[in-house]
Design a protein around this ligand. Structure first.
Ligand code: FAD
Length: 337
C-alpha cells in the first residue's frame, strides 16, 4: 500500500504533460517515483481543452486533447509511479538528512531525496466576468472552458476574447454552431498566425474593437448580450444561446516564494540542466524560466528529460548523463515479454 511517509528518489509536483513525462522518464532511469497533483486526475492544462485537436506534438498525429491526455497517462504509468491526487503541495523543507519534506494542504508530509517542480502556472482559474449576478449562469449557458463541442451544436455562440483560446474555439465551433460571433476589445487577434488567418476566412462574425457591456437573462439563462464599441460607444444587442468567455487564466503558485528557490518573472529560474537554485530541486514545463522556454507540450517533455537526468546524477553522480534509449533500455525488457 502506498504511504506518504515512504522515502522516494524523486517526487514530482504537478501531473500535467511535464509531470507525466517526468514520471515515465524516471522509470527509464529506475528511480522510485511519486507524483503529487492537486487535481483529481492527471492531465494538467490539457484537461481544459479536451475537444481541441492538438497538431504540434512531435511524432503524434493530430489528436483530440482528451485522447492525448489518455496516451500521456498510459505512458506516465508504465513504471507504476505512486500517484497522490487531490493534494496541493504548500511547503517544502529539508530535514537533517537533507531529505525533502513536502507538506500538502491536507497536512500530509511526503519524503523525497529529490523534487521535480512541474506545476505549470500553478493552480489555475479562468478570469471571470465581473457583472453582478453573473455566476448563476455558469450552470446554464456561460462557459469559461469548452469541455464538449456538441453542447454548442446548432446554437448562436458568442465568444468574448481575442487570444489563443478564443481563436482556437471559434475555429472549432464554426463547424458545429449555427453562428459564432467573436467579440474582442482590440482589432488585432493573438494566437498563431495560421489560426488567426483561418478565423478571418471563416464564417465567424468578428466584432472589434468591441467589449461586453451587459448580459440580459432570466433566472435560468443568458438570452441577449449588449456589446459596446470601444471608441464610439456604439451599442448593439444580440440574441445568444451560449456565451464563452476567454479572458485568460490566472495561475496561483501559493507560497512558492517562501520555498527559497530563485525565481525569474514569477517563475522558477533553472539552468540548462533544469537545476533550480536549490540543490536537489529541478524544474520542467511551464513553471520554469530559462532562455529557451516555450509554453508547449513538446518543450515540457524535453524539460522533463533534462530534469530527470539531472536528478539521477544528483543521486548517483557516476550515473550516465542520459538514460539508455528505449530500444536498448533493459527496463523495457520485462514489459515487452
Ligand atoms: C486552450 C489551450 C490550448 C493549448 N493548445 C496547445 C497545443 O495545441 N499544443 C501545445 O503544445 N500546447 C498547447 N497548450 C499549452 C499546453 O497545454 C501547456 O504548455 C502544457 O500543459 C504545460 O504543461 P505543464 O505540465 O508544464 O503544466 P500544466 O499542464 O499546467 O500542469 C501543471 C499541473 O500542476 C498542478 N499543480 C500546480 N501547483 C501544484 C501544487 N502546488 N501541488 C500539486 N499540484 C500542483 C496543476 O493542477 C496542473 O495539473 C494550450 C494551452 C491552452 C490553455
Amino acid at each position: 500500500m502506498k504511504h506518504e511517509h515512504e522515502l522516494y528518489d524523486v517526487t514530482i509536483i504537478g501531473g500535467g504533460p511535464a509531470g507525466m513525462y517526468a514520471a515515465f522518464y524516471c522509470g527509464m532511469r529506475d528511480m522510485k517515483t511519486k507524483i503529487i497533483e492537486v487535481g483529481t486526475e492527471l492531465g494538467g492544462q490539457v484537461l481544459l481543452y479536451p475537444e481541441k485537436t492538438v497538431w504540434d506534438v512531435g511524432g503524434v498525429p493530430p489528436v483530440m486533447a482528451r485522447e492525448l491526455v489518455n496516451q500521456m497517462k498510459n505512458q506516465a504509468t508504465v513504471f507504476e509511479p505512486d500517484l497522490f491526487l487531490g493534494e496541493q503541495v504548500v511547503d517544502i523543507q529539508r530535514d537533517e538528512n537533507q531529505y525533502f519534506l513536502l507538506t500538502t494542504d491536507s497536512g500530509k508530509v511526503h519524503y523525497s531525496k529529490t523534487v521535480i517542480l512541474a506545476m505549470g502556472r500553478g493552480v489555475i482559474q479562468p478570469t471571470k466576468l465581473d457583472f453582478e449576478g453573473i455566476d448563476q449562469y455558469e450552470v446554464s449557458n456561460l462557459y469559461y472552458t469548452v469541455q464538449e463541442l456538441d453542447v454548442f451544436r446548432g446554437k448562436k455562440v458568442l465568444i468574448s476574447g481575442g487570444g489563443d483560446s478564443a481563436v482556437d474555439w471559434a475555429n472549432e465551433l464554426v463547424n458545429v454552431a449555427e453562428e459564432v460571433m467573436v467579440v474582442h476589445r482590440r482589432d488585432h487577434f493573438g494566437g498563431l498566425e495560421r489560426n488567426v488567418k483561418r478565423l478571418k476566412e471563416s464564417s465567424a462574425i468578428l466584432k472589434t474593437p468591441y467589449e461586453l457591456h451587459q448580459l440580459h437573462g432570466d433566472s435560468t439563462a443568458i438570452q441577449e448580450v449588449t456589446i459596446k464599441h470601444r471608441e464610439t460607444d456604439h451599442l448593439e444587442t444580440h440574441r445568444v444561446d451560449a456565451v464563452i468567455v476567454n479572458h485568460g487564466m490566472r495561475g496561483e503558485y501559493g507560497p512558492l516564494a517562501k520555498w527559497g528557490i530563485d525565481t525569474r518573472d514569477g517563475r522558477v529560474a533553472v539552468n540548462e540542466k533544469r537545476e533550480t537554485s536549490v540543490p536537489g530541486i529541478f524544474g520542467a514545463g511551464n513553471v520554469v524560466a530559462h532562455e529557451g522556454h516555450v509554453p508547449l507540450i513538446a518543450a515540457a517533455i524535453t524539460d522533463s528529460v533534462l530534469a530527470v537526468n539531472a536528478a539521477k546524477r544528483y543521486l548517483e553522480p557516476e550515473a550516465t548523463e542520459i538514460a539508455m534509449v528505449s530500444s536498448h533500455n533493459e527496463r523495457f525488457a520485462s514489459l515487452s515479454k
